[in-house]
Design a protein. Structure first.
Length: 209
């Protein structure tokens, strides 16, 4: 079973509380999501392997450690997932970025695919799927299935806020995928929105309705 990591660092919790507020505008919402994504990235990349290298400091020659060249890809689920990309890229600037477009059918609440563009060597990479809200889990599960069909075997899911229903679906559909979230909220309402949540992350990011 994939591990559910709730990264409840005080700085992340503080920034998320500001994001939740109705009066927080798009500019601040975007900046806070970027900052939280970078902070979460520290935990998500904690177990990336290191290798020893020989270097010269201004004082002496030494054996030091660097990331072992493990290739990474960041794959946002459009469109809200775009808000989490730059924070991760600030940590791993050489990561490739793919895009998966899914929207939720307003009647069935099921995800519908409309776009998929991935790095050519996606199957060789550690792939971080990012989407701020893990509500029903349908979009994230479908995105992960799409990646697996393209040969990807090493996948992690990073979300800002989750609901128990969404986490359960991912763990049932993809028991090999670890989930990283900043907060686990209470439940989904009749419109499949997370409660208390923060509303529609895409609309709040981009100032749309």
């Amino acid at each position: 079973m994939g591990i559910l990591h709730v990264i409840n660092h005080p700085m992340i919790t503080h920034k998320l509380t500001i994001m939740r507020k109705t009066e927080t505008g798009s500019k601040d919402f975007r900046q806070l999501l970027d900052e939280i994504s970078m902070l979460m990235g520290y935990e998500l990349t904690r177990d990336i392997p290191l290798e020893e290298v020989e270097i010269d400091t201004p004082v002496a020659h030494m054996t030091a450690k660097m990331i072992s060249g493990k290739k990474m890809a960041i794959v946002p689920i459009l469109r809200a997932g775009l808000g989490m990309v730059d924070g991760l890229l600030s940590l791993v600037p050489v990561a490739k970025v793919g895009h998966i477009g899914l929207y939720r059918d307003p009647r069935t609440h099921l995800p519908v695919e409309y776009y998929c563009k991935l790095p050519a060597d996606i199957e060789d990479r550690l792939v971080i799927v990012v989407d701020p809200m893990l509500a029903t889990g349908g979009s994230a599960s479908d995105a992960i299935t799409m990646l697996k069909k393209r040969g990807v075997t090493n996948i992690r899911l990073m979300c800002l806020v989750g609901a128990p229903e969404g986490a359960k679906k991912i763990q049932e559909d993809h028991p090999d995928v670890d989930i990283y979230i900043a907060a686990m909220d209470d439940h989904l309402n009749e419109h499949a929105y997370i409660v208390p949540g923060l509303g529609d992350a895409g609309d709040r990011l981009f100032g749309t309705k």
